[in-house]
Design a protein around this ligand. Structure first.
Ligand SMILES: *Cc1c(COP(=O)(O)O)cnc(C)c1O
Ligand code: SF4
Length: 384
């Protein structure tokens, strides 16, 4: 049954499994590698977390004051990537509450991207002419502290019920201009394979639908979810694109390598959408290392998002100049494939706006264009 992962070279060997913390030393491999077990054993309390890492005072206080607004949830696998002693570990920063979450900057909003405003029916955001975001669940294996959809994610009352799902499918069916559907959440892989297959088959039956994307962080936080039976199911509905969310090289492991291999071997195209986060990945060297590791897993860096103006995440926000500087240090210095688009999702529903360092185009006089290359040297291009 299982698809053998064939690599005659040493690429897979470069990716290492995390060491299992003591609490799970006696867990069988069968359980550990089972996504249902991982999902059931998620860390939701301080008591559980303290068995895995040395929690500090700030994290304890932040948890006590924040978990009612936004749950903590961490899979044992993702927790096993944490540094036990370093509170600034990039995995900890993304999954364990910090006091910064309690501070709301006056400019921050509950729904910074105006996703509710562009909702013709509950569960569908239709902002761009030819594509929609389709929410299918509120659940995620790990609740990212920087999540822009905190207002919905982890709140069971916002779950997409069957009636809502049907209304969303009906809207997409009636709008022939839609050719690209981004199946989102929460994390759509929190749905069962059966429910996902139902959604995909309904969409695939619509003649105007060309591509789907599954927007999922399971590749990072619960790679065990990518089973052979799941990828076999996806094969029936191609073209299927996977949009995932790696933020740091520490998140790239043997498990993620295998999950990406299964998806890529099944014919899925995988793109990465990184969020620029202070203290996590706000340095060009980190982004470069991440993107190189992603390319070896056949994952193409697609976007770097400037952190949104969501409430309670200002401690993650970097200056815009940081993002521009990262692009400057990538473009030309490494494979073009490793250089994603840096974008700001404009507050209020303006959509994604690309930001390119202004360095490369000096200007033009008539037909003569003055250009600057990545090393700062100037060139002219003359139009006919
Ligand atoms: C990001 C987003 C999309 C997809 O944008 P692409 O640039 O095509 O990746 C579509 N709809 C909404 C509402 C979005 O936020
Ligand atoms: S996986 Fe995505 S939707 Fe879920 S908490 Fe993380 S950022 Fe938010």
């Amino acid at each position: 049954m299982a698809l053998e992962i064939v690599t005659k070279n040493n690429v897979r060997d470069r990716y290492k499994s995390p060491e299992r913390p003591d609490v799970w030393k006696d867990t069988s491999d069968k359980d550990w590698n089972n996504w249902v077990w991982q999902q059931q054993k998620r860390i939701k309390s301080m008591e559980q977390l303290e068995k895995v890492i040395h929690v500090n005072e700030e994290e304890r206080n932040a948890f006590a004051q924040s978990h009612e607004q936004f749950n903590m949830g961490i899979t044992p696998y993702y927790a096993s990537l944490m540094d036990k002693d370093d509170p600034n570990c990039p995995i900890r920063l993304q999954s364990v509450p910090k006091m910064g979450e309690l501070f709301i900057h006056p400019a921050e909003m509950e729904d910074p991207l105006g996703e509710e405003k562009d909702m013709p029916v509950p569960g569908v955001t239709h902002r761009y002419p030819d594509r929609v975001l389709f929410y299918t669940t509120h659940n995620c294996p790990v609740y990212c502290r920087h999540c822009t959809r905190k207002r919905k994610v982890s709140d069971p009352s916002s779950a997409a019920q069957t009636a809502q799902l049907e209304a969303g499918l009906k809207y997409i069916e009636e709008h022939k201009e839609i050719r690209d559907v981004i199946i989102s959440g929460g994390d759509p892989l929190s749905n069962s394979d059966e429910r996902l297959e139902y959604i995909l088959s309904r969409l695939r039956a619509m003649d105007h639908i060309e591509v789907f994307r599954l927007g999922t962080r399971n590749l990072v936080t619960l790679p065990q979810r990518i089973t052979d039976s799941f990828v076999q199911m996806l094969r029936k509905y191609h073209p299927v694109f996977i949009h995932t969310h790696f933020n740091h090289p520490k998140e790239v492991t043997r498990e993620t390598f295998d999950a990406c291999t299964r998806l890529a071997d099944a014919g899925c195209v995988i793109n990465n959408q990184m969020v620029l986060l202070k203290g996590v990945n706000d340095k060009a060297e980190i982004v470069k290392e991440l993107n190189h590791k992603l390319l070896m897993m056949r994952v193409r860096p697609y976007y770097i998002f400037q952190c949104d103006m969501s409430q309670g995440i200002s401690h993650f926000r970097t200056p815009v100049e940081t993002g521009l500087e990262i692009i400057r240090k990538l473009r030309g210095w490494t494979s073009g494939m490793a250089v994603p688009h840096y974008v700001i999702d404009a507050p209020g529903g303006g959509g994604k706006i690309p930001l390119l360092p202004p360095d490369y185009l000096i200007g033009h006089e008539g037909k003569t264009w003055k250009l600057r290359n990545y090393k700062g040297k100037e060139y002219e291009y003359i139009e006919p």
